[in-house]
Design a protein around this ligand. Structure first.
Ligand code: NAX
Ligand code: ADP
Ligand code: K
Length: 510
């Protein structure tokens, strides 16, 4: 299980560990891991041109010490100071290893992006004085702006040590100016701990921020590494072990071993009923294909049998592709409802009857989501994309896209059901605040009918006996794995994703 902790949890764990270790040990561990990661990223360190963007805190300290290590291995390292204050011992280490130091940023400190950040900068300057008051280069920052552009333009990599877990969203104008230069010259960025400017605890990005090609984090993952839109700004995330002992996290991500342990594998005494029967009430005369696709997803999961209920022509279409399906209502262990329907085409009488059954969980997709009763009694998973969630709660889609974790959790808690929020990363939220994120899926999965496959496999896992939260998260994982298998590097159809599900499952269970 990958765990993503909050800043508060990380700070507490760090404090507990630091109390037992000599001062500076954790930062040295972090810097050593960071230097190796940057080195691997570069391929060859000797002669490589490395630019460090340095803010006022320990995030900059990590970058400076890592820069010193890289300089000792032959890299040409230049630190660009973006705050009147910088980590002093780290700066000294870099300079004694032969690194250069410049003062960066074109914006004047009196033009802050946020008034409170400007106040911070002033306080830091008052309290600690400029980083190197005795060195003309630092006192004369604006003269170095051209030089900053020159080194950025020629850099092989930029190391973002502007802010880490101490940062608020956004970048000060000085930092933003240099980050824009880095983007203009297309230099890849390795972010230290987090891409600066994102909201670490929510994954939100309300302000400009760094976009990294790689993020090197320490001790544990942070929420922004898993939750979009920030997760997309991290690139791959490399975790450096610094010996932190962390409590259980609320935001987690299933790994292959977790999915393997959860998957309901049949055993010697299993029969088709004990493996689980899934009722499918999906598809419509307008979208008959959705029923075929969802059935394909369901049959590629652990169920022993699928029963289909719906309009006759749709049932015929399902039977034509899947003769193993039983048409008509009967006893089931779970339902999947709504894929390929609009709200108007849902059989409401049957739907409400289904969602009143306390012992039979239901996955509710597409058009049926908006038809869900507040007073239903049963256990429910809803599988909206941001647009469907927007319709359900009356919040604009783009606002939901910006605050995915927040809204998934809020709806799960308010309505006491499991929310699977679809998108490039999928968030599964439980009513108690627990979250499982599936951060890796092929963008080729964004194809018509792909969500029907997901609904089918999710229903299949529910019928197979997994609780709603786990069923939804395992479904998202397998759907993504099948998508990757089917797509490799090219287009896929929803049916080919469904057809790849058994192979993805076989590879996992082997
Ligand atoms: N505490 C520890 O034991 C360890 C900390 N480590 C590093 O230390 C970092 C945390 O260091 P800090 O607590 O000093 O905090 P940061 O270095 O993340 O931030 C420092 C300061 O930046 C200012 N700031 C906030 N938002 C800003 C913004 N948007 N733009 C510009 N400046 C802003 C604030 O005054 C804040 O105190 C971690 O992310 C990690 O990189 C690592 O060395 C591992 C060990
Ligand atoms: N950019 C993306 N990268 C990875 N997966 C994606 C991306 N966009 C969408 N998906 C996934 O593809 C599926 C699309 O489902 P949905 O929006 O319901 O489509 P449809 O209604 O056509 O079936 C969801 O599982 C979603 O998480
Ligand atoms: K950073």
């Amino acid at each position: 299980m990958r765990q993503a902790h909050t800043v508060e949890q990380v700070r507490a764990a760090e404090a507990a560990l630091m109390a037992r270790l000599p001062e500076g040990t954790l930062m040295q561990r972090a810097a050593a891991g960071l230097a190796v990661a940057v080195s691997n990223f570069l391929g060859s360190t000797y002669g490589a041109r490395v630019v460090l963007l340095i803010g006022s805190g320990d995030n900059g300290g990590d970058a400076l010490y890592a820069g010193a290590r890289l300089a000792r291995r032959g890299a040409q390292v230049t630190a660009v100071l973006l705050s009147p204050k910088a980590h002093q011992p780290g700066l000294a280490a870099l300079e004694s290893a032969g690194g250069r130091v410049l003062t960066g940023g074109q914006a004047h400190p009196e033009e802050p992006a946020h008034a409170d950040q400007a106040a911070d900068a002033d306080q830091e300057a008052d309290a600690d004085g400029p980083a190197h008051a005795d060195e003309p280069a630092h006192a004369n920052g604006s003269a170095q702006v051209g030089e900053v552009e020159r080194v950025v333009a020629g850099a092989d990599v930029v190391v973002d040590g502007i802010v880490g877990i101490g940062g608020r969203p956004g970048l000060r104008p000085e930092a933003l100016a240099v980050v824009r230069l880095v983007e203009r010259y297309g230099v890849p960025v390795v972010a230290v701990d987090t891409p600066s400017g994102v909201d670490v605890d929510t994954g939100e990005t309300p302000e400009p921020h760094v976009r990294a090609a790689l993020t090197v984090t320490f001790g544990t993952h942070k929420v922004c590494h898993l939750v979009d839109p920030a997760a997309s700004a991290c690139g791959p995330v490399h975790l450096v072990d610094i010996g932190l002992e962390v409590p259980p996290a609320e935001v987690r991500s299933l790994q292959a071993a977790d999915v393997r342990a959860l998957y309901p594998v049949p055993h010697g005494e299993s029969d088709k009923y004990s493996r689980g029967v899934l009722g499918l009430m999906v598809g419509s005369t307008q979208y008959p294909g959705a029923a075929v696709i969802a059935t394909s997803g369901a049959l590629a999961g652990p169920v022993g049998m699928v029963r289909y209920v719906g309009p006759d022509p749709v049932a015929h279409a399902v039977l034509a592709v899947h003769p193993e399906v039983v048409v008509g209502e009967g006893r089931v262990q779970a339902w999947a409802v709504g894929s390929g329907t609009s709200t108007g085409s849902v059989d409401l009488e049957r739907f409400h009857r289904i969602t009143q059954q306390q012992d039979v969980p239901v996955i509710v997709d597409a058009g049926a989501i908006a038809a869900l009763d507040h007073d239903r009694a049963g256990r429910v998973v809803i599988t909206p994309h941001a647009g469907e969630l927007s319709q359900l709660i009356g919040v604009p889609r783009d606002v939901i896209e910006q605050r995915r974790l927040h809204y998934a959790r809020q709806v799960a808690e308010d309505r006491q059901l499991v929310v699977l929020l679809k998108g490039a990363t999928t968030i599964v939220a439980a009513p108690d605040g627990s979250v499982l994120v599936n951060p890796i899926a092929s963008p080729w999965l964004a194809t018509a009918g792909s969500g029907d496959v997901l609904a089918g496999i999710c229903g299949s896992l529910l019928a197979g006996g997994l609780p709603e939260f786990e069923a939804a998260a395992v479904a998202a994982y397998l759907h993504a794995a099948a998508g990757t298998l089917a797509a490799s590097a090219g287009p896929v159809t929803a049916m080919s994703v469904a057809h790849a599900l058994p192979e993805a499952t076989r590879l996992l269970l082997a």
